[in-house]
Design a protein around this ligand. Structure first.
Ligand SMILES: NC(=O)c1ccc[n+]([C@@H]2O[C@H](COP(=O)([O-])OP(=O)(O)OC[C@H]3O[C@@H](n4cnc5c(N)ncnc54)[C@H](OP(=O)(O)O)[C@@H]3O)[C@@H](O)[C@H]2O)c1
Length: 332
């Protein structure tokens, strides 16, 4: 007769083997087919969305403001590669022609045979914006996608900043884009088709010290286009608000300061930001997939967006500490 514990061990082993057999049967008979089927359906769904997005962008008439540099220029390249017909806008005609030249030499002409256009105007001059809208509609007859990208940034303390600087930032970042939008909207409503894209910022979601005019203009932008989205959905018009974090562009270099002069510095945060081409690709996908809003930012700026809503008191304390620290660094 064997030892009683060896009988127990054998029983435990038999039970364990049966259980592991049952688990294997479950994995191979139910779990794996369901998982693979699910992945297949998801893959097919993504493929269909990708095909749909490509068709949406191909031959679409796309107006891009601020196309002379940074994100706007990269958007021009991305939409050109997607087969769209472009109207590039900016203040400097020569630089717009340079971008057009770059597009015509860089890409395979068989992929985009459209003749693109350039329209020169200053967004802070509302009369010029209205005339530009007429010129755009004369050039291309209709607009499928308007990308309100152009903008300027600001650095300064509220107490030292003259109202004319606040106005300049608001004219460029808010009044100009909404004037252009309003001027092109009736033709979109008439066609029951159109898409308005606006580049806001994570600073359209929270305010930071020494960025008051910029953050205010982006908050106003965010609110305006959220209202617009609700109003025009019934006319089959899409609104996408893009909220990037830091991007490697000339934005801080061109920023205005308290006295209206140019800041002239590329901040460390900007130079360490996302590549403009990568943000343009995210924007292209968001537009193709008709997303309502996208946050294109690194971990910290994205965290700040949620932190501002969920823990406002702590967020304000951190911002006040940051203001004191930055002021000390600048020695003011
Ligand atoms: N860079 C970032 O870290 C960052 C982060 C979040 C959001 N954004 C937003 O991204 C957008 C693009 O900026 P960017 O980073 O690409 O900066 P950028 O390289 O300085 O480009 C700004 C563009 O806006 C145009 N612009 C400026 N003032 C104008 C005016 N009054 N009328 C017409 N066009 C004007 C500029 O044209 P000119 O050649 O005539 O100057 C330029 O093409 C802006 O809305 C900005 O707020 C940028």
């Amino acid at each position: 007769m064997g030892h009683p514990t060896s009988g127990c061990v054998i029983t435990v082993m038999v039970v364990a083997r049966r259980r592991s057999q049952k688990l294997m049967d479950f994995i191979s008979g139910i779990f794996l087919p369901v998982l693979l089927g699910g992945l297949g359906v998801f893959g097919l769904f993504r493929l269909l969305r990708w095909i749909e997005a490509r068709a949406y962008l191909k031959d679409a008439v796309v107006v891009i403001t601020g196309a002379t540099s940074g994100l706007g220029k990269e958007c021009a390249k991305a939409f050109h590669a997607a087969g769209s017909k472009l109207v590039l806008c900016g203040r400097n005609g020569e630089r717009l022609q340079d971008v057009l030249q770059e597009l015509s030499t860089a890409a395979d002409p068989s992929k985009n045979a459209h003749k693109h256009h350039a329209v020169v105007f200053d967004l802070s001059d509302i009369k010029a914006v209205m005339n530009a809208a007429k010129e755009i509609l004369k050039c291309v007859d209709h607009v499928d996608i308007l990308i309100n990208n152009a903008g300027i940034s600001y650095r300064g303390t509220i107490v030292d900043t003259g109202m004319e600087v606040d106005r300049k930032v608001m004219e460029t970042n808010y009044f100009g884009p909404i004037a252009l939008t309003k001027a092109l909207l009736p033709s979109m409503i008439e066609r029951r088709k159109g898409h308005i894209v606006t580049i806001s910022s994570v600073q359209g979601k929270f305010g930071m010290p020494f960025r008051s005019a910029y953050a205010a203009s982006k908050h106003a932008t965010q609110a305006f286009f959220d209202c617009l989205r609700a109003e025009v959905e019934q006319f089959n018009i899409e609104v996408t608000v893009v909220c990037p974090g830091y991007i490697q562009t000339n934005l801080s270099l061109n920023a205005v300061t308290s006295d209206g002069s140019q800041y002239g510095v590329i901040d460390k945060t900007t130079s360490e930001g996302m590549a403009a081409a990568a943000v343009a690709q995210e924007l292209l996908h968001a537009v193709g997939e008709k997303k309502k809003e996208v946050l294109v930012a690194g971990f910290l700026p994205s965290l700040a967006v949620y932190f501002r809503s969920l823990c406002p008191a702590l967020f304000f304390t951190i911002m006040a500490r940051r203001a004191r620290k930055e002021k000390k660094v600048k020695g003011s």
